[in-house]
Design a protein around this ligand. Sequence first.
Ligand SMILES: Nc1ncnc2c1ncn2[C@@H]1O[C@H](COP(=O)(O)OP(=O)(O)OP(=O)(O)O)[C@@H](O)[C@H]1O
Ligand SMILES: [Mg+2]
Length: 245
Amino acid sequence: MLKIVDLHAEAGDREILKGVNLTVEEGQTCVLFGPNGSGKSTLMATIMGYSTIKVTSGKILFKGKDITDLPVDERAKMGIGMMMQRPPNIYGVKLGDLIKASAPENGDTVIEGADKFKMENFLDREVNVGFSGGEIKRSELLQLTAQKPEFILLDEPESGVDLENIDLIGNKVHDLLYDTCPGSRRHVSSLVITHTGQIMDYIGADRGYVMKNGRIQCSGNPLELLREIKKNGYGECDACKIIKL
Ligand SMILES: Nc1ncnc2c1ncn2[C@@H]1O[C@H](COP(=O)(O)OP(=O)(O)OP(=O)(O)O)[C@@H](O)[C@H]1O
Ligand SMILES: [Mg+2]
């Protein structure tokens, strides 16, 4: 579904991604761990095609097509969606209008069900303006639900979410990734950044990657990686020694 090959990228004239290799197979949920400032959000922004990031070498392949130079809207049309860690305020645009504009087929239905995201009172507000941390996460998920992407980038979906709302977020992320019919099977692929691994209680994960200093340091079973990181931190990760790329 997604294949990243030796990707180097700069932001603000600094090389942030220093040769990233990463694969997400169709239907897989992959989790990305890594210390603060290691380049995880930059990697997601590069996959989504933000113009603030300059790819200097390497490739991003999506469904077999080279999308490295495609603009962000083309990538969205191809089926890539993203929940940002810190989305911008969009002054003058109401959340409900954004949802209708970005998802003409599905927007109205999602707006009718906004109460399930506790977002029914936010539809007439400017996007993200004055939203709390948890409200921003719910708003991002509502937008993604309308957009129905085939491949979803989730940047710390559970961070800053209170204990009551974590269930809501976890279950809505689950709904995004799975058919909700009985006997469901996973149909949407995703790459999920998490520090705590809490989101894995709701969605499970097939593979974990650890990013350090702009590179993928190791990959393997996500629960084993998380256990090692909790035990040893990122400095002396036994998992890195065992499953070195
Ligand atoms: N436009 C920019 N100009 C200069 N430096 C940048 C720019 N964008 C990102 N960086 C730097 O790149 C590094 C990686 O940032 P990034 O947001 O990708 O980290 P992260 O792994 O997501 O961290 P966290 O876990 O804290 O969210 C940081 O040191 C950040 O300051
Ligand atoms: Mg980040």
